[in-house]
Design a protein. Structure first.
Length: 231
């Protein structure tokens, strides 16, 4: 029995390690989500075509401790984002557990630049105090996992226009709110690089695999930027 548990733990380590993971990817780099446009820019005296990708806009919200929380607090971080509400009895409990397990599996120095942002769609009920208790029940590492509330219009706009997720009041939905069950992966330049089913283990495995790819991509881009700076 012990040998089986040890093998299982070792398998998790191998899968989630950014150096040893065995999952293959069909992209050298992850795709970009959302609208994009091509523009002409000048580089080294030549006009070349460049692509401008969808960017998550700045935000100003409130965290579970009642403190202002803005995009400046996560500058230079990779984000894993979702929307929920504490009174939800359908998909939210499953999403919360999946995020909790993901947080535990990514509790390693290799993932120090990863931050989890959970936004309520029910800010009138989900005050900082309510969110703080919800975070406690999920055993959230509040240094890495932020539960956010704020102005309803700001939250809904950030969900729909920023993260491309459903987030709004809807009287026909259970609990009176509609929100996506997906987790969104956002890179350090605020581009959306992946969307995953936040209610399933398969979705979390795909997210973890793509996160390792994104970390590798970020290291490559950082090295390229450093070489360009030294020229």
């Amino acid at each position: 029995m012990l040998g089986g548990i040890a093998a299982f733990v070792l398998g998790l380590f191998v899968f989630f390690s950014p150096l040893l993971g065995l999952v293959r990817h069909k992209f050298n780099f992850l795709p970009y989500y959302g609208p994009k446009e091509t523009v002409l820019v000048e580089r080294d005296g030549k006009m070349v075509v460049d692509t401008i990708y969808h960017t998550v806009p700045p935000f100003s919200l409130i965290d579970q401790f009642g403190r202002p929380f803005t995009d400046h607090h996560v500058e230079g971080k990779i984000l894993i984002v979702d929307f929920f509400f504490t009174r939800c009895t359908t998909i939210c409990p499953r999403m919360g557990v999946q995020m909790q397990q993901l947080q535990l599996k990514l509790n390693d120095e290799a993932y120090k630049d990863v931050v989890f942002l959970s936004h309520t769609v029910d800010p009138e009920h989900d005050t900082p105090e309510v969110l703080r208790e919800y975070a406690r029940r999920l055993q959230a590492d509040t240094a890495r996992w932020k539960f956010l509330t704020g102005d309803k219009a700001d939250l809904y706009l950030q969900g729909s226009e920023g993260y491309l997720l459903a987030a709004r009041e809807e009287v026909m939905e259970p609990g009176g709110f509609l929100h996506s069950g997906e987790f969104v992966l956002v890179d350090k330049r605020r581009h959306i690089r992946g969307m995953y089913d936040g209610t399933t283990t398969a979705g979390m495995n795909a997210l973890a695999a793509d996160l390792k790819m994104l970390l590798k991509e970020e290291r490559i881009k950082a090295a390229e930027a450093e070489r360009a700076r030294r020229r």
